[in-house]
Design a binder for this molecule. Structure first.
Ligand SMILES: Nc1ncnc2c1ncn2[C@@H]1O[C@H](COP(=O)(O)OP(=O)(O)OP(=O)(O)O)[C@@H](O)[C@H]1O
Length: 566
């Protein structure tokens, strides 16, 4: 993903709006400049003109006003259409691209970063880049037309104005870079702040029940201080630019008036010309003062577009991947080792063969690497040693979206969307009512659905459901997809014993589906249904075999089983 591709979204099917916005802005700017000439004419007629001339100018003024109102009306339509479309398309495209990121790449970033780039950064891009584009064209047109009009009226006074106008330009050059850095710093700091607020709001009940309000407030206050401090520095830099620009603009006005008055006294120009010059000064000083900050702000927001492009850059790698939509024979791990941080091995030389249609249960103490092993198979982690092959194709080369054509995952951490039970089961996709009914029954949801109905709203992250109900929804969500491989990571931990045994038994009895399950609840009847039990200890496979086999060996699994039973 390149920065250019994102910028293209601002103009995609929006070029007519953008072009017409610029045209009407240039016309509006020229009309504003023309008003200086009308003022000059009025002044000159007042000093030594006739009633007839005054009447003629009056009629012209009325026509001029009608034309100006029409132009401003069109400007309002085209500029707003251009901004609306540009921002809308940019946001939609960025989010669509973000959805193409791999889970691995997504997990590496903090959530605060994503929230910040879709809120703070986009607001800044709208103001400084999208609107900035139009303002820059308008100010350039003001500047050119202003200088040309001045030169037409009197070139000596024009040279004088231009010479002294260098002062405000120097100011924006001096402070421009600083403002750009402050903008980037504000965005970076905002990321951490948004992430913290999100955590504190999500963990509100934990904070209250552990009476951690005071400590948590300190965390909030410290991060808030940092963010407000960088914002304050940004404001100070922007205000400094305004301060120097205002003082130097005032100096330009005074010098113009004094030199203009001198030329009028000497009879070189009329009083009307001096008034027109003062009026035209706004069209030169305005752009001189504003163009620098406008360009600086536009460049600063370009840095934010680049940040967005980097966040969603992952997608490019996928182009090189191969298509694989079916699972035919096996998942093979050969001598796989993995570490999250250098020097701390989590999986140690794992070799395993998961055959199509068979069922596997992974057991082991907490922290032995069970979830990491599952995540390796799911392709969440790269940078491991050894090979993971799916039907003789290297997992790392398979297109990520293809993996989910044959994998369904039931995880420990369930996410429930603020929508109905049905939509949380179907994940907003279309399914046959019979398929929905079966998934509900197999996941133990039948009572809940009978009582509340499929249209029952679940609330934000399932706030209106119990932990067990949420977990059953996540089980139904996976079962309904009917994929050839079902992976389950401690999915029944929040369920009561009877329901968890019912669901685990259901999964262990499924026919024709390859199942890889992590379980802590070691139930003999259920464990006996699995083709193979894999016992992990400190990242190594210590035992493999059926329940009876491992019990007769009386080794690691047998002691784990006895402890759990005991
Ligand atoms: N993202 C991570 N970064 C660094 N270390 C991690 C990460 N995830 C897990 N670990 C570490 O890897 C080790 C294995 O964790 P893993 O979750 O695979 O164990 P587990 O057997 O599934 O544990 P449990 O039964 O408690 O869920 C642990 O020591 C854990 O602290």
């Amino acid at each position: 993903m390149s920065e250019k591709e994102l910028i293209r979204q601002l103009y995609n099917k929006n070029k007519i709006n953008y072009g017409l916005s610029n045209v009407v802005c240039i016309i509006a700017s020229l009309l504003n400049i023309a008003s200086a000439f009308i003022l000059k004419e009025l002044m000159d007629v007042a000093s030594n003109g006739s009633m007839k001339e005054l009447y003629r100018i009056f009629i012209f003024c009325i026509l001029f006003m009608i034309f100006l109102a029409g132009t401003l009306f069109l400007k309002r339509i085209y500029v707003n259409n251009y901004i609306y479309k540009a921002v809308n398309q940019y946001k939609n495209y960025s989010f669509q691209m973000l959805l193409k990121n791999s889970i691995n790449a997504f997990d590496k970033e903090v959530t605060g970063k994503y929230i910040s780039i879709f809120t703070n950064d986009i607001n800044s891009i709208e103001t400084n880049y999208v609107k900035g584009n139009i303002l820059i064209v308008m100010q350039i047109s003001n500047l050119i037309a202003g200088i040309a009009s001045m030169a037409y009226l009197n070139w000596i006074l024009t040279l004088c104005v231009l010479g002294i106008s260098m002062l405000p330009i120097l100011v924006s050059i001096l402070f421009g870079k600083q403002l750009e850095e402050r903008e980037k710093e504000t965005s970076d700091r905002n990321e951490g702040f948004v992430g913290l607020v999100k955590d504190l709001i999500t963990g509100f009940s934990v904070i209250k029940s552990f009476k951690a309000e005071k400590e948590v407030f300190h965390l909030f206050r410290d991060k808030n201080d940092i963010v407000e401090n960088v914002k304050n520095n940004k404001r100070k830099t922007a205000d400094m630019i305004v301060l120097f620009s205002s003082v130097s603009s005032f100096m330009v006005e005074v010098v113009t008036f004094v030199v203009g008055a001198y030329l009028a006294i000497r009879g070189i120009i009329t009083a009307g010309t001096v008034i027109a010059f003062i009026q035209l000064l706004n069209f030169v000083l305005g752009p001189v003062g504003e163009l620098g900050p406008l360009f600086t702000a536009k460049n600063a927001s370009k840095a934010l577009i680049n940040k967005m492009a980097e966040t969603i850059r992952e997608e490019e790698k996928k182009e090189k991947c191969v298509e694989k939509k079916q699972f035919n024979s096996s998942i093979q791990l050969s001598d796989v080792s993995f570490e999250y941080e250098e020097g701390s091995t989590i999986l140690d030389h794992i070799s395993l063969d998961f055959e199509k249609g068979k069922s596997y249960v992974i057991v082991g103490a907490s922290g032995s690497g069970k979830s990491t092993l599952i995540n390796m198979i799911l392709g969440y982690h790269s940078g491991y040693q050894g090979k993971i092959m799916i039907d003789d194709i290297d997992l790392q080369t398979i297109k990520e979206s293809n993996l989910y054509d044959f994998y369904s995952i039931i995880q420990q951490n369930v996410f429930i969307f603020d929508n109905t039970i049905e939509r949380n089961i179907t994940m907003f996709q279309e399914f046959d009512p019979q398929q929905i009914k079966e998934a509900i029954e197999r996941s133990g949801l039948a009572n809940l659905v009978a009582e509340k109905g499929l249209d029952y709203p679940c609330g934000e992250n399932g706030a209106f459901l119990s932990g067990g109900e949420k977990q059953r929804i996540s089980i139904a969500r996976s079962l309904i997809r009917n994929t050839p491989i079902l992976i389950m990571d401690e999915a029944t931990s929040a369920l009561d014993l009877a329901t968890s045994q019912m669901v685990e038994n259901e999964i262990a009895s499924l026919q024709g589906i390859t199942r890889i399950v992590i379980s802590h609840k070691l139930n003999e009847a259920i464990l006996k249904k699995y083709d193979e039990i894999i016992a992990l200890n400190n990242g190594r496979i210590v035992e493999e075999g059926s329940f009876d086999q491992l019990m007769s060996e009386n080794g690691y699994f047998a002691s784990l089983y006895k402890i759990t039973k005991g």
